[in-house]
Design a protein around this ligand. Structure first.
Ligand SMILES: [Zn+2]
Length: 324
């Protein structure tokens, strides 16, 4: 089964990375041999981390984001040019939590002196899928993505608190590598943190429009666990934590039953997932399509989710407008 394959990919072949994850900050070798560069070369593997690194680093860093906005990170494979970009990096920020299935390739080809920071692995209060969660979120336990119980949800940026934590992590890394610029990084990080705190205030207010009984989020893949935890939603997803694989007919039939039984007002497509199955649910149940959410990171520059703040505002206001 493709979904089973995903589970295996997420656990078995990457045991070395689990060890690496526990170290959090993995120094491949000493930093000897690097002359002090005018700009700190940084590589990011996550679009939200690209924004954080640019905000915190300002004009003291040169950030190369390998994952372009709008690209599905689950299916991403770095090109030879991407691999070459990592050879100069002094620090590489990854989503972590096994989202980057190509990480071993990056590490094997990275420069002689770099630090790999698995940001998600460093976060407090991670969301691990229990069997109870899995059966709750996936109504037909036989053969669907629910078999991935026990995995940790890697979509940590859907909690603003996690992004605040990640910002401080990036600041600490930059400061360690360029101590002379510590004050600059601290000022930039604080300014960004204040914007995130203001965004939290807006989100708390926005969500009050939805009574708890309406907080049912039917969407393409199980990417909104952290949003669900922060704002009291229950998520029902076609795919599991990854967008790969194909759900079986029984799982889809279970979702159709649930949409009818719970009299759901709207369900949601996702910007980086083929809408075919969401369209099928709409056609079979008559439920409204509530809009398109940005699940796997920032959208392109001309999209409604070009920045993290825009992503949060777009997702939450799309959900509240459709469900209230
Ligand atoms: Zn995802």
């Amino acid at each position: 089964m493709p979904t089973d394959t995903h589970c295996l990919v997420a656990s078995a072949p990457f045991r070395p990375l689990r060890v690496l994850s526990t170290l959090l900050l993995f120094t491949v070798s000493a930093t000897a041999g690097f002359a002090a560069a005018p700009l700190l070369p940084v590589v990011t593997l996550n679009t939200v981390l690209t924004e954080i690194a640019r905000e915190v680093g300002g004009d003291d860093v040169r950030v190369t984001g390998l994952l372009q906005p709008g690209v599905d990170p689950h299916g991403f494979e770095p090109t030879p040019a991407d691999i070459r970009a990592t050879t100069q990096a002094e620090v590489i920020f990854a989503s972590g939590l096994h989202l980057e299935t190509y990480l071993e390739n990056i590490v094997a080809n990275a420069g002689p002196a770099h630090r790999l920071v698995l940001v998600g692995d460093a976060l407090p209060r991670l969301l691990r899928l229990s069997a109870e969660h899995a059966s709750h979120h996936h109504p037909t336990p036989a053969g669907g993505p629910e078999k991935c119980a026990g995995e940790t949800d890697p979509h940590w940026w859907h909690s603003i608190d996690n992004v605040i934590f990640a910002t401080d992590l990036v600041r600490a890394e930059f400061t360690r590598l360029r101590p002379a610029q510590a004050d600059h990084f601290a000022r930039n990080a604080e300014a960004y943190r204040q914007r995130l705190l203001a965004l939290k205030v807006w989100a708390d207010q926005e969500i009050t429009q939805l009574p708890p009984s309406r907080r049912l989020l039917f969407t393409s893949h199980d990417a909104f666990g952290y949003l669900a935890r922060d704002y009291g939603f229950t998520v029902y997803a076609i795919h599991g934590l990854s967008t790969d694989g194909e759900p079986n007919a029984k799982h889809i039939a279970g979702l159709i039953d649930l949409i009818r039984a719970k009299k759901v007002k709207a369900i949601f497509a996702e910007s980086s997932v083929n809408p075919r199955l969401i369209t099928q649910l709409v056609a079979e149940t008559g439920v409204r399509l509530g809009g398109t959410l940005y699940a796997d990171g920032l959208g392109a520059a001309n999209s409604p989710a070009a920045t993290y703040e825009a992503l949060v505002r777009h997702n939450l206001s799309t959900i509240t407008k459709a469900l209230k």
